[in-house]
Design a protein around this ligand. Structure first.
Ligand code: HEM
Length: 144
């Protein structure tokens, strides 16, 4: 059976369960790609003077706050159902305040150099968490 999945394939709703794990994996993979895109749009927007890329950075950033909430919702529901482990649950929950903080700091970069000084290292932290997330979600199941 798939990673993080505890139910046996013989269980009647095993199909729903593996769909839940699959949806979580897709959300986690999307998140990882989007954070990479955020670093790229910010760098090109700033250092290549392309303000339209900063607009994209801001819009994707707004969307990521929603994606973080969706990911946490799936992880909580999946954990209750016994198909998403605690490691993924904590990562998904931690992403909510971290991404909201990143968004608030992002808007504060317009007036504050301190905000940008925090926005970049937090972006790097988010990159490591969101890279670990889909990798862990793809690992074979193990007892928790
Ligand atoms: C969840 C991830 C992120 C969110 C929600 C986010 C959000 C934002 C927002 C809302 C702004 C303000 C844009 C504007 O003034 O119109 C901003 C600016 C900025 N962000 Fe991010 N960001 C994220 C990730 C990153 C990452 C990973 C990096 C780089 C490692 C980064 C670097 C920057 C920089 C350099 C600016 C300033 C751009 C400027 O002054 O024109 N951001 N961010």
């Amino acid at each position: 059976m798939t990673s993080e999945t505890m139910m046996s394939p013989a269980t009647p709703d095993a199909g729903n369960v593996s769909r839940l794990v699959m949806v979580y994996r897709i959300v986690a993979a999307l998140f990882a790609v989007a954070i990479l895109e955020q670093a790229l749009t910010a760098s090109l927007g700033l250092f290549d003077a392309r303000p339209n890329l900063i607009d994209i950075h801001r819009q994707v950033g707004d969307g990521l706050a929603l994606l973080a909430l969706i990911g946490a919702g799936i992880a909580i529901y999946g954990n209750i159902r016994g198909v998403i482990g605690r490691r993924l649950l904590w990562i998904a929950i931690a992403l909510v305040p971290l991404v909201i903080g990143q968004l608030m700091m992002g808007y504060a970069t317009r007036e504050s150099a301190t905000a940008i000084a925090w926005h970049i290292p937090l972006g790097v932290t988010l990159m490591s968490l969101t890279t670990a997330n889909p990798v862990l979600a793809a690992l074979p199941a193990r007892p928790r």
